[in-house]
Structure formats: C-alpha cells, structure tokens
Design a protein around this ligand. Structure first.
Ligand code: SF4
Length: 539
C-alpha cells in the first residue's frame, strides 16, 4: 500500500541552527512578541522585581516574557498555570516566544495574580493601536452584556430564600427519619436492625447538613449581602431566560466598523439596568471621542436616567421602546394619543381638551409633573376609551424630552437594532466558545476582570489578524518598538546628565524636583506625547 511514511526516530538529523527557523514567518506568535515589546510595561502597571544594587539573589523572570506567555495562552485557549508550564516545554511556538525559558506553574499563576490590574492596561493599549490604525471608527458603538459562569457551582451559592427552603426541607426529612426509627423499635421483622442502621446513617447525614446550613445562615445574616457564594465570593446567582447560573455579568462595548471590542467590564449586577451610561462614558473616555457617536443597546438597558446621561455626554442612544403601557394593554388611549405643547406646558387630549399641570410628584428620586382637566372627563364621549378612573391624569418626567427624542430616533432608524445584533453578538460567540469556554477559571472580581481583559485582547488580536495584512501589522508594531527603545534611551541619557549635579549638590541623592520630572518622563507613553515634549522643553 502507498502510504506517507514518517522519519525513522533513531535516525540522526541536522536541526536548523536557529530557533527562529522553526517558526512560520506569518505566525501570530511573532505579532504577540512585537506587541509586548512595544509596550511600556511599567506604565501599564506591571510589577518589576525589586532590583538589588549589588546584584544579589536569583534573577527574576521578565514581566514581558510572562505577559507574552499569557497572551499566547489565551489566544490559543490555554489558560491554566500547569498547562502553560507544560507548553513552555513542548510547544515550539512558546519555546520561541519565551526564548527557551521554562517558568513553573507557580511563577506563572503568581504573575497573573500579582498583575491582575495591569492586564486591562495592556489590552487598552492594543485597542488604542486599533484606533490609530483606523480599525475603530468610534461612530457607532453597540453595548451588550452576557453572563459568564464563575468558578462556583450553583450548589455552593446561597440566597436567604434558597437557604430557608433547604432548611425547611431538611427539618421535615429529619422529622420523617425520627418517626420511622420510632416505628422500627416495635417491629419484630428480622431485618429491622439493618433498616434501623440505614436510617440512622441517613439521619446523621441530614443532621450534619442542617448544622452546615445554619452556619451558612449565620454568616449570611452577619454580612450585608443578600447572597453568599462559597467558592467565589464575588459571583452571583443570575437567572436569564429561565436558567440560573452562578457567574458575572460581563459588559462589552463594540465598535461597529470591524466588530472590535472597545471596553470590557466585569460586573456583579444581575441585570443590565443602569449600566449603559457607565459603559458609554468609559468608551468615550478611552477613544477620546469629540464628535457625537451613535450608541445602540437592547431594551434591557432602558432607563430614563441613562437616556439623558448618554445624550448629554454626546453618545446618542438608540434603544427599542419598552413594552406597551398598561393603558394600551387594556385597550385605552396610550400617551402617544396626547399632544404635548412645550411652550404652554400642556397636553391636548383626543377630545381636543387642554390638560394643564396640576402638581409635581417625586418617585425614586425623579420628578414627575401631572396633567389633567378636572371637569371635562366626566362628560367626555371618549371616556370609555380613555380611562377607567374618574378622570385621566397624565404623568410626565421632568426630562421627558430625552425619552421622546429616543423613541422618535429608533422609529426612524429601525435598522439600528439589526446593527446592534450584528455587532455585539459577534465577539460573544467567539469569546464564549474559544477563549472563555466553560466560564472563568479564576476567582474574585479583580482576577476575573484580568481574565476577561486577556480574552478581550485575544479576540481583538485575532480579529485584526483577519482584517489586516500580517506584514503591515508587524511593520507597525516594529515601528512602535523602535520608538519605545529610542524613548527609553533618551530618558536614560537625560538621567545620566543629571547625575553629576546630584553628586555635587545633593550627596548623590536625586534632586527631588528633577527626579520627579524625569521619573515622569520615564513613564511617558511610547510616542513623544505633548506632556513629554513640554517636559523636555522645560528641562
Ligand atoms: S376622558 Fe378626559 S382626557 Fe380623555 S379624552 Fe375625554 S376629556 Fe380628554
């Protein structure tokens, strides 16, 4: 038979002389390497080991190498510390990326734990690079949330209601076993002894369970929380579409041009209400948007406050209108049948009667004006279709013009809902199946945010590799790396020039004013940004 044969394992072969020869010239691992080299890791917040001036102690791993390992790992769905360690030994791409370094799993996991806040900064740098490359336009942003499973089983998550129910069931069960045991005392059957033993076993189990439940209850009562997760204390039981899961509500804002993620925030909120304006603000700040930008989300975000806040900050919201009011459901005139006159601050009802403002009330911190005509409704021929009460009273939020504009906008631009779906569902499909399959691996909100940021970076990286030519991307990153080293070299040179002054006038100690300035210079971004130029000029 004609089959492809492999080489003889005992045959001597000539390996290429250089590790680089093993890696494909278009491998994404080269992009990861260049990207991390282009970052100022101190500025991102990565912790560097304390340097001993005498060079004592074992040398530590460079944070850049460990960051490369994590980005590569998440890009390829390898997330656990032990698996990453194993890949340092067997995976040629990792061997190339880490230049044959082999950190153990403890070092790898400690790096993730100690630098949990810095991963977000590294991800942000890549997002800004995408904006620089014009892959993020900042014209239409879609926001959505998804529930991702935490490292906490649902049986280890307790709410006071669930706890009460379980305690009650356990007590009933204990009562039942005690009664059964009592019945067996007078039972003359030969196997009654065996059955008694089995029942005692079950009784012991239920009594231990009751003690444990009472302990959890006392912890829950002492805490101010309404919910207690035993494995990951920050996670929550969240129900969606009839299914319950212990997890986190991950909020994402995605740019519609290339479906690249702009911001990714982990929250412990059980729904999306009130989360639109914080996401809009974060997106606006990150992209430094000067022009108004369209913002689209689903009806789960619909709150009056968010509509106003988003529009005020220049993020124009496109949200589907909320479900029909109770009046419309009952077949009565909805608020749309009444015309508002902003000049006179009155409403014109379907019977052409003017309804005037009669009072202002406050509900949940919001002011509502109420409008009616006391005498007209009683004799109105349309009353049966208008109200079941004595008279129709209309309620208007003091900023209702924002809501009216939002309703008008979405009716005139119905395609925005399709844009939202096509934009924001795309990343979730990829992230949930490829980068965070089976939920989060780590515990605690900060650690989960780190994992989410790495998944966000992996997704954007994958997307950019699909959009851009490999050579163009590697050239861009190479250019940035060159600028970074140039920046560091100039800062080092300036520091060297100040050294004699320090030695002469300050006993070798850094001059506080100069030192602060140069320390800041050292932490400036990759490019010569405005503040850096100013500092150089001042010096
Ligand atoms: S019931 Fe009152 S508010 Fe309604 S249409 Fe008649 S007059 Fe106008």
């Amino acid at each position: 038979m004609n089959l492809i044969q492999g080489d003889d394992r005992r045959e001597s072969i000539f390996f290429p002389q250089c590790l680089d020869d093993y890696i494909d010239s278009n491998s994404e691992v080269r992009i990861i390497d260049q990207f991390v080299d282009s970052l100022n890791l101190r500025e991102c917040g990565f912790l560097f080991p304390k340097e001993d001036p005498l060079g004592r102690g074992r040398a530590a791993y460079d944070p850049a190498d460990l960051l490369k390992l994590f980005i590569y790992g998440y890009f390829n769905g390898i997330r656990s510390g032990r698996k990453l360690e194993k890949n340092c030994h067997i995976n040629l791409e990792v061997i190339w990326l880490l230049k044959r370094l082999k950190p153990d799993f403890k070092t790898v996991c400690d790096f993730r734990k100690n630098n949990r806040k810095a991963f977000k900064q590294a991800t942000t740098k890549f997002t800004l690079l995408c904006q620089e490359l014009k892959l993020i336009a900042g014209e239409t942003i879609a926001v959505d949330g998804t529930i991702i499973k935490a490292s906490n089983n649902i049986s280890k998550s307790w709410s006071s209601k669930k706890l009460e129910k379980n305690l009650k069931q356990t007590e009933v069960q204990i009562e039942q076993y005690l009664n059964d045991l009592e019945g067996l005392d007078d039972d003359p059957a030969p196997d009654s002894g065996q059955r008694k033993e089995a029942l005692k076993h079950k009784l012991d189990y239920e009594q231990t369970k009751k003690i444990q439940l009472n302990e959890i209850k006392s912890v829950l009562d002492k805490s101010s929380k309404s919910h207690l997760s035993l494995t990951d204390p920050d996670s929550k039981t969240i129900s969606k579409q009839g299914k319950s899961c212990v997890g986190y509500n991950v909020q994402t804002s995605v740019d519609s041009l290339n479906k690249l993620i702009v911001c990714c925030e982990v929250t412990d909120r059980i729904n999306d209400l009130g989360l639109l304006s914080p996401m809009a603000q974060e997106t606006k700040n990150l992209l430094e948007l000067q022009e108004p930008c369209d913002l689209t989300a689903d009806s789960g975000y619909y709150t009056l406050d968010d509509l106003k806040d988003c529009e005020d900050m220049g993020m124009i919201p496109y949200l589907p209108t909320v479900k029909k009011s109770s009046n419309v459901q009952q077949g009565l005139y909805g608020k749309g049948a009444f015309l508002y006159n902003s000049k006179e601050d009155t409403y014109l009802c379907p019977n052409k009667i003017i309804l005037k403002k009669i009072r202002t009330t406050e509900q949940r911190g919001k002011r509502f004006h109420q409008y009616t005509h006391k005498s007209a409704c009683g004799n109105c021929p349309l009353k049966l279709r208008c109200t079941k009460a004595k008279q129709r009273v209309l309620s208007r939020w003091e900023h209702e013009q924002y809501q009216e504009r939002a309703t008008k906008r979405i009716l005139e631009n119905k395609e925005m809902m399709a844009t939202r779906k096509g934009t924001v569902e795309h990343p979730y499909g990829t992230i949930k199946t490829q980068f965070l399959s089976n939920g989060f691996l780590v515990r605690g909100k900060e650690m989960v945010q780190a994992e989410c940021s790495l998944a966000h970076l992996a997704y954007n990286l994958k997307r950019v590799l699909n959009i851009m030519k490999f050579d163009d991307l590697i050239k861009t990153l190479g250019y940035r790396t060159g600028l970074y080293f140039k920046n560091v070299a100039i800062n080092g040179l300036i520091r060297l020039c100040t050294k004699p002054i320090e030695l002469k006038y300050n006993k070798g100690r850094p001059l506080s004013l100069w030192y602060t300035k140069f320390k800041r210079l050292h932490h400036e971004s990759l490019f010569f940004t405005q503040p850096l130029k100013r500092e150089l000029h001042a010096c």
